[in-house]
Design a protein around this ligand. Structure first.
Ligand SMILES: CC(C)(COP(=O)(O)OP(=O)(O)OC[C@H]1O[C@@H](n2cnc3c(N)ncnc32)[C@H](O)[C@@H]1OP(=O)(O)O)[C@@H](O)C(=O)NCCC(=O)NCCS
Length: 150
C-alpha cells in the first residue's frame, strides 16, 4: 500500500533534513543560511511520504507573479511522480495567494527537471547566459513560465 503524501510549511526544525536532501541532490546546494533567510522572506514547504520527509520547495510571490526558487525530491524517492505532486501543490498554493503566472530558472543541463516543468505546463521563454556556477565554469539558465488558471 502506498504511503499518504502530505505537505506543511517548513520550520527551522526541518532544516537539518532539508539540507541532507539538498546536499545529496545538487552539485551547488542551497546553504543553511539561504534556507534560514528564505523562511522569513518566501513560502517554504516540506513534503512527507508517510512519516518520511522526502522533499521541499520554495516560492516567492510578488503581486500576481510567483517565482519557483527551489524544488527538490530526496534522491532515493525520485522517479516515482513525487516531483510532479510537489510542483502541483506549490502551484496550487501560489494560485491561492493570487499568482496568475509562475516563473522559474532551470539549468540547461537539467533535463529531468525541464521535462517535469514542461509536463506540468511550463514553456521556455528565455535563456540567461552563464547564470549558474558549474563544475569547471558557468552554465546557462533556461527561463520558463506557466499560466496558473482556476
Ligand atoms: C527534478 C526533481 C524535483 C524531479 O523529481 P522526481 O520525483 O524525480 O519527478 P517525477 O518522478 O515526477 O518525474 C521524474 C521522472 O520519473 C518518471 N516517473 C514518474 N512517475 C513514475 C513511475 N511511477 N514509474 C516510473 N517513472 C516515473 C517521470 O515520467 C519522469 O521521467 P522523465 O524525466 O523521463 O520525463 C528531482 O529529480 C530532483 O530533486 N532533482 C534534483 C534537484 C533539482 O534539479 N531540482 C530542480 C531545480 S530547477
Amino acid at each position: 500500500m502506498s504511503e499518504v503524501i502530505s505537505f506543511r510549511p517548513m520550520t527551522v526544525a526541518d532544516i537539518d533534513t532539508v539540507l541532507q536532501i539538498e546536499y545529496a541532490s545538487f552539485s551547488h546546494p542551497w546553504t543553511r543560511s539561504i534556507f534560514t533567510d528564505s523562511l522569513t522572506s518566501y513560502n517554504c514547504w516540506v513534503m512527507f511520504e508517510g512519516e518520511q520527509q522526502v522533499g521541499h520547495g520554495v516560492i516567492q510571490n510578488i503581486m500576481d507573479e510567483a517565482h519557483l526558487l527551489n524544488l527538490t525530491i530526496k534522491v532515493l524517492s525520485q522517479g516515482r511522480g513525487l516531483g510532479l505532486k510537489l510542483l502541483e501543490y506549490l502551484m496550487q498554493q501560489a494560485q491561492l495567494e493570487g499568482a496568475k503566472d509562475c516563473f522559474l530558472e532551470v539549468r540547461a543541463s537539467n533535463q529531468v527537471a525541464y521535462r517535469l516543468y514542461e509536463r506540468f505546463g511550463f514553456n521556455e521563454v528565455g535563456r540567461r547566459r552563464d547564470y549558474y556556477p558549474a563544475v569547471g565554469g558557468r552554465e546557462d539558465a533556461l527561463v520558463m513560465v506557466c499560466p496558473l488558471f482556476d
